[in-house]
Structure formats: structure tokens, C-alpha cells
Design a binder for this molecule. Structure first.
Ligand code: S3P
Length: 165
């Protein structure tokens, strides 16, 4: 196994678990947001502010195409599987796609005071829940396996993934 893809909502642990897995498997850790930011020479929040979400999504799709066949553990962005073309790339990638599932309560708790995620700004509880439910559908479509992450340490989550791939 030389490739694995992590998907899930913001705050579900994609980056943390991705780093741990990469370390354990001695593979590169590839972070899609980092790739987009490096290509644009600009933070994700700044891209949203200056050019808007649609522009960010185009960059995200391009970055996904460029990285999806590379060996490594790929941590996607929370919105990556929303676009049909991205979902299809994930499904056709011949790579295990792991959905890191966290409950809305856990996510809200983890992201309290977060200022780096433009999508979370100005969402009330109902809007957050609507986004969460919509996203869950996309994650389920793209995933080969789902790992419940609530009340588990990152190490335990990593071990569960390693036991299943
Ligand atoms: C987004 C999630 C973010 C980042 C961008 C949009 C989303 O990544 O790609 O802010 O649409 O859910 P993380 O899931 O790593 O926070």
C-alpha cells in the first residue's frame, strides 16, 4: 500500500491522522490545502476573501488531479468530495478512501475560535447542521471505509485504519 486518501468534515482530524499514518508507513504526507496555498502563494482564507469560493474550488480540483496518483497519504479539504468530478477522481483512484467521521458536537467543540476556516464564518447552528448533513452524503459516496473518530485518540484512529487496509 503506497497511497491512502483521507476525507471528512473540517476538524475531523484529516491532517493530524494523515501525518501519523505517513510517519508510520514512511510515506510522504500530502495536504491538499497546503498544496493549493503553495501554488497560489497565499493562505486559503485569503483566497476565499480575494477571489471567492468558486475560484478556490477550481484550484482545489486542479491540485487534486496533480496529486492523486502520487505515493503518499493525502489529506483532502473538507469540501473536496463535494464536486462530482472530484468525487469521481477519488472513486476511480484505485486508492483506499477513508472517511474520518466525527459528530457535529465534536466538530463544533474542536473548531471553537477557529479563524482559518472561511466557510464556518457566519454559520448559525441550523446552517452548520445542514452543511454537515449534506457533506456526510458526499463523504459516504466517496469512501471505501468509515472510521468513527469520536472519543478516540489519534493513535487509536491510526491503528484502526492500519488494521483495515
Ligand atoms: C473547507 C475545508 C478546509 C479548506 C477550506 C474549505 C470545506 O479544509 O479546504 O477552508 O469546504 O470544508 P479542512 O477540512 O482541512 O479544514
Amino acid at each position: 500500500m503506497t497511497r491512502l486518501i483521507l476525507i471528512g468534515f473540517m476538524g475531523s482530524g484529516k491532517t493530524t491522522i494523515g501525518r501519523l499514518l505517513a510517519n508510520a508507513l514512511r510515506l510522504p504526507h500530502l495536504d491538499l490545502d497546503d498544496l493549493v496555498a503553495a501554488d497560489a502563494n497565499c493562505s486559503i482564507a485569503q483566497i476565499f476573501t480575494d477571489q471567492g469560493e468558486a475560484y478556490f474550488r477550481d484550484l482545489e480540483s486542479q491540485a487534486l488531479i496533480s496529486v492523486i496518483r502520487k505515493p503518499g497519504i493525502l489529506s483532502t479539504g473538507g469540501g473536496t468530495p463535494v464536486r462530482e468530478e472530484n468525487r469521481q477522481l477519488l472513486i476511480d483512484s484505485d486508492t483506499p478512501v477513508v472517511f474520518l467521521k466525527a459528530s457535529p458536537e465534536v466538530i463544533v467543540n474542536r473548531l471553537k475560535g477557529d479563524h482559518n476556516r472561511p466557510l464556518l464564518r457566519q454559520l448559525d447552528t441550523n446552517q452548520f447542521m445542514e452543511l454537515y448533513r449534506k457533506r456526510e452524503w458526499f463523504y459516504n459516496q466517496a469512501a471505501d471505509m468509515t472510521i468513527d473518530t469520536d472519543k478516540k485518540t489519534p493513535e487509536k484512529i491510526m491503528r484502526e485504519i492500519l488494521a483495515q487496509i
